[in-house]
Design a protein around this ligand. Structure first.
Ligand code: GAL
Length: 656
């Protein structure tokens, strides 16, 4: 495992560089990311490049043994470029260009911008691709599905629709525009749905806009990647991401690069409400699932966050170390901390790095130094990977469509995924969060929450998995929409009816009202948000409702289909249900279960085929004691142990 830092030499006087690099080396830092916002320093005037400072910074870092990731600075075109080519500035829904002055203003669809972006990318690879210390390249920064509404984007969107549907008539038919006199009689009447809250607009238009904007960003990455690889075919490329409002389809975005990078900012405050999710383990598993292999954290929590929001709590003792090791436990093999120094100027001066404004290394820095020491003892993990019996299907389109039209008060697509994730985690299972189109054949259990928008390949994949003997869990709001995001006129869950062996006769979007269900063993659980009222055909009831006019109707069902088993959870419960349900499924499918793990303790296993390494992470504010089934060897402190005493946020790694 390698630990790194994000560093901005362009923001510091040169007198800092040498002492910073020396301290990095002394601390045990191995990787440094630089440059992703430094375009104006690299090309201070049109076509005039200045690499002297970067040569210098790189050579200082090289002298101290750092591996370097260069960020291609396309997120931040210099102001002279916006001035000479105002057409590259993004346009808002009101038709006005946005005011420059922060970052990310560029329109990724602008051909003029693309040329400049390719030129700076080319210049950088020509100069540094063969540099022995440059190990990887990051394209842009936290690319989003751009919401630009400039003429270029509009024209491209309209052409994209024409390519997809063939004609305006077909677009009208696909969108069902007879509602609200929305029929298009000319292609130019089609507007990006950004002027009003999206929920007021045509859902088919909105989903296609999401697809188009996501593809535009992916196409930008592809073009830059091709340009760079043309000059330097062997470079390793990445892009960094977080999960935010306009996150593009990650599966497509990362198709164009070699590895996934995640910006990991777990909350520094543990919520009092025990139902509130705070573990970032889910997102880490999601990142590993994008390419089905290990990934990097390109930005890792290092201090209080804030600037555009009030500052968050400072990471508690143990979190700087613990949350980095948690990322390792879920498949990150390099964790780069954001940032070495806290910015002294600029909008981000309160998004703290490892060294504070005081310039005096403090508590967080010393914990980071400990982390670097610990990481240096973990090389045995480098060749290991996570092998999972459980998969949770994550669909960017379903997430978008369910956010667009919230199904009931409190209904949240990701929350359902996270409930299942947390439940299987309670028993120490490795969990992959993967695309509904990925190969499912090796999983013992697949959870497919809210398969809302129909996609033929995914539905076929799911059926195939069950036919071949898999155990599948589906939930409410599946089979609701066709691929245009219009409702399917069949009893729910439409295409999945046969699979679940039941149909929904009616549903009750109960929102925040709480009711209860009772399972086959007499256990009672609270449910809310959504209630599907089911009528079984070949399925059996696993749990029934206790309230309302649908008392005694099935809420959760179990069906045998070909050689497989399919569960359907028609409602949304609290954690106790998912824990009990996951426990039953693991027992049914013969998966090993760790029982009695203290609350907040997360267990994952990495293997190299010969040895298994078990990670015990105490993601809580209480001390935790775990008795091991047999003595095991700790690779953290090189001793044998049969009992683990974990302080808050402490990680232990033992060889099984
Ligand atoms: C990330 C971004 C960084 C920095 C950080 C803290 O989203 O990639 O450049 O802004 O947040 O604000």
């Amino acid at each position: 495992m390698k630990i790194g830092v994000d560093y901005y030499p362009e923001q510091w006087d040169r007198s800092f560089w040498e002492q910073d690099a020396a301290l990095m080396a002394q601390t045990g830092v191995k990787v440094v990311r630089i440059g992703e916002f430094a375009w104006s320093k690299l090309e201070p005037k049109e076509g005039v490049f200045d690499f002297e400072w970067l040569d210098n910074a790189i050579s200082v870092l090289q002298r101290f043994g750092m591996e370097i990731v260069i960020g291609v600075p396309t997120n931040c075109p210099p102001l002279w470029l916006y001035e000479s080519h105002p057409e590259i500035v993004q346009t808002g829904a009101d038709g006005k260009q946005i005011q420059t002055g922060i970052r990310g203003h560029r329109c990724v669809n602008s051909p003029v911008f693309m040329n400049y972006a390719k030129r700076i990318a080319t210049q950088l690879v020509l100069r540094y691709a063969n540099h022995p210390s440059v190990v990887a390249w990051q394209i842009d920064n936290e690319l989003e599905a751009s919401q630009c509404c400039c003429d270029e984007c509009k024209a491209r969107f309209r052409n994209w629709l024409l390519d997809k549907y063939g004609s305006l008539e077909e677009i009208n038919a696909a969108f069902g525009t007879s509602v609200w006199s929305g029929e298009y009689s000319s292609i130019t009447q089609i507007q990006p749905p950004n002027a009003y809250p999206k929920a007021w607009q045509n859902p088919a238009l909105c989903l296609d806009w999401f697809r188009f904007t996501s593809e535009s960003t992916t196409a930008f990455v592809k073009e830059i990647a091709l340009t760079m690889r043309r000059e330097a075919p062997k470079i390793k490329l990445t892009a960094n991401t977080s999960v935010s409002e306009n996150t593009p389809d990650l599966y497509k975005l990362f198709d164009e690069v070699d590895f996934v990078s995640f910006d990991n900012y777990p909350p520094a405050e543990i919520p009092k409400d025990t139902e509130e999710f705070y573990s970032h383990a889910f997102f880490l598993d999601m990142m590993r699932g994008v390419k089905g292999k290990s990934f990097w954290v390109m930005e890792q929590l290092s201090g209080p966050t804030g600037s555009w929001s009030p500052m968050s709590r400072t990471p508690k003792p143990g979190m700087i170390m613990g949350y980095s090791l948690q990322a390792l436990a879920h498949g990150a093999d390099t964790v780069v901390h954001f940032r070495w120094r806290t910015a002294r100027t600029g909008a981000e001066m309160y998004w703290h790095g490892l060294i504070d404004h005081s310039n005096v290394p403090g508590r967080r820095f010393f914990e980071f130094a400990e982390l670097c020491k610990t990481a240096s003892k973990l090389s045995v993990i480098d060749t290991t990977e996570l092998v999972s019996d459980v998969a949770i299907l994550y669909s960017p389109e379903n997430r978008f469509a369910l956010r667009l039209q919230q199904q009931s008060e409190g209904f949240d697509y990701l929350e359902q995924l996270r409930y299942f994730h947390a439940a299987f985690s309670r028993y120490g299972a490795n969990i992959d969060v993967v695309s509904p189109d990925s190969d499912l054949s090796n999983y013992k259990v697949v959870i497919a929450p809210s398969m809302y928008v129909y996609k033929k390949s995914s539905a076929e994949n799911i059926y195939r998995y069950v036919i071949n003997g898999g155990t599948l869990v589906m939930t409410n709001r599946s089979g609701v929409k066709d691929s245009n995001n219009n409702c399917i006129m069949e009893p729910l869950p439409t295409v999945y009816r046969e699979l679940i062996g039941a149909e929904i006769t009616e549903y009750d979007p109960v929102g925040k009202n709480e009711q209860t269900i009772t399972d086959f063993a007499g256990n009672k659980f609270v449910c809310s948000k959504w209630c599907d009222i089911l009528r079984v055909t070949t399925a059996k009831a696993y749990a029934e409702y206790n309230d309302n006019f649908y008392r005694c109707c099935p809420a959760v069902t179990m069906n045998r289909y070909c050689s497989g088993v399919v569960y359907y959870v028609g409602t949304i419960c609290k954690m106790d249900f998912y824990e009990s349900f996951a426990g039953n499924i693991m027992r049914q499918t013969g998966m090993p279960r760790l029982k009695g793990l203290p609350k907040g303790v997360e267990v994952t296993t990495r293997t190299n085929g010969l040895d298994d390494y078990i990670f015990f992470f105490n993601n809580s504010e209480e001390n935790a004691t775990i008795t091991l089934p047999k003595p095991m060897y700790s690779i953290i402190d090189s001793t044998g142990k049969d009992k683990l005493e974990l302080k808050p946020f402490e990680m232990e790694i033992v060889r099984k």
